[in-house]
Design a protein around this ligand. Structure first.
Ligand SMILES: [Zn+2]
Length: 399
């Protein structure tokens, strides 16, 4: 039998072990961390200012009003491999408010990805995420919803939150889809078409080596129903894949790259700098990044999309398009207030073109099906024979 002293020693050892665990899981932010953050962003250049590097974007002439990020609310649907990293990046950037939607639990099988820790296995993703994010930046307002948005009653709550969930009780500024299934994407598409809310779609292929992001501004750009991805067209049922025990592959690299592209474009959209990509693909096998513009389908199956298209046309005709919502067509000039390093921007006039490479290779699983909506060279059907065409080509060459 152990002596009293030995038992006391063991209690002490257990106590210290539990205090370590508590530090890692407690939702209470350490007081010294909380006091370093203030709700207003300081541009003071000092090591103890958590925003000094972000506010330096103003001094470098990239962003005019970085502190505006404190006013924005972003809804993230799905906090898995892409969504959790997206939420962490936005939290580190000092976003005003985040709404997190998910109903899954953290599993040990998720540990090949970023963000979640093994000790969080078995807990709900939105709850685990909210705790960690609160640790990282306690001034970000984080509201989590442990629910599946595709059910009828939850859809109502989802829509209500999108309409009234912002910091000021109004509409959220952007919705980000980080779900891994078609049903979830179509639900977000339906809600955003109904409400006229801009959103970003994102995805990673099941073989883990390609991904994409897509910006959707109802009425102006193709919605998710206008141009469904190839995976849907090829009738591959994602649920069947899971049920058969043939799980999808995933890499932390591809997930983090897609999350990085997503947040980069969210920042550009919200803070009004650079160009927002309509559609940006990623092929890891060749490190290829196809980028294209997708126009709405005038015979889209979603009636609200058609309605939004008509309203957008009217707005353009009356020249009342909200410039902050319009996808920037022109390149923004980057002006440095003081160029102490003497760095010059050189425009790459003759960018190299991968002639032997088609965009399809990079976005096999995610390229929208309706290619006629993709802006670019259009080849029309012809009844002419090859010889006729060859003659035309020769005539043109002789001009
Ligand atoms: Zn549509």
């Amino acid at each position: 039998m152990e002596s009293l002293e030995e038992l006391k020693g063991r209690i002490e050892a257990l106590r210290s072990l539990f205090s370590d665990v508590k530090l890692m899981t407690d939702d209470e932010t350490p007081a010294e961390t909380a006091s370093s953050f203030s709700s207003t962003m300081s541009d003071e250049v000092k090591d103890s200012n958590p925003y000094s590097r972000l506010m330096a974007l103003k001094r470098m002439g990239i962003v005019q009003n970085y502190e505006k990020i404190r006013d924005y609310t972003v809804a993230i649907v799905g906090v898995g491999g892409v969504g959790s990293v997206t939420a962490e990046m936005l939290t580190r950037c000092g976003i005003g408010k985040l709404l997190l939607f998910d109903y899954d639990k953290v599993e040990l099988a998720n540990m090949n990805r970023m963000f979640y820790m093994p000790q969080q296995a078995g807990t709900y993703k939105v709850e685990a995420a909210a705790k960690t994010l609160n640790f990282i930046n306690p001034t970000v307002d984080i509201k989590s919803f442990n629910m599946n948005i595709t059910t009828v009653e939850n859809y109502e709550t989802f829509q209500k939150e999108l309409l009234h969930g912002s910091l000021t009780g109004g509409r959220v500024d952007l919705v980000l889809s980080c779900v891994d299934n078609y049903e979830g994407r179509m639900t977000i598409n339906q809600a955003c078409n109904e409400l006229g809310l801009p959103w970003f779609e994102s995805g990673v292929s099941e073989n883990a080596v390609s991904g994409h992001i897509q910006f959707i501004n109802p009425g102006e750009t193709a919605c998710f129903a206008c141009a469904p991805p190839l995976i849907v067209a090829s009738s591959v049922d994602e649920k069947t894949l899971k049920k058969d025990g043939v799980c999808a592959a995933s890499l932390p690299t591809t997930m983090a790259i897609v999350a990085g592209f997503l947040v980069q474009n969210v920042l550009k959209k919200l803070l009004n700098f650079g160009e927002v990509s309509h559609y940006l693909g990623y092929n890891a096998m060749k490190d290829h990044f196809p980028r294209m513009k997708l126009l709405p389908n005038t015979s889209c199956s979603d009636t609200n999309c058609i309605k939004q298209q008509e309203e957008y046309k009217e707005k353009v005709a009356n020249q009342v398009v909200d410039e902050s919502l319009k996808v920037s067509e022109k390149e923004s000039a980057v002006v440095h207030e003081d160029n102490i390093y003497g760095i010059e921007l050189v425009h790459d006039g003759a960018a190299s073109k991968d002639d032997d490479y088609s965009a399809g290779d990079g976005v096999k699983y995610s390229l929208p099906q309706t290619s006629s909506n993709v802006e670019g060279p259009v080849v029309s059907d012809t009844n002419q024979s090859v010889d006729d065409l060859r003659n035309v080509m020769n005539n043109l060459n002789n001009l």
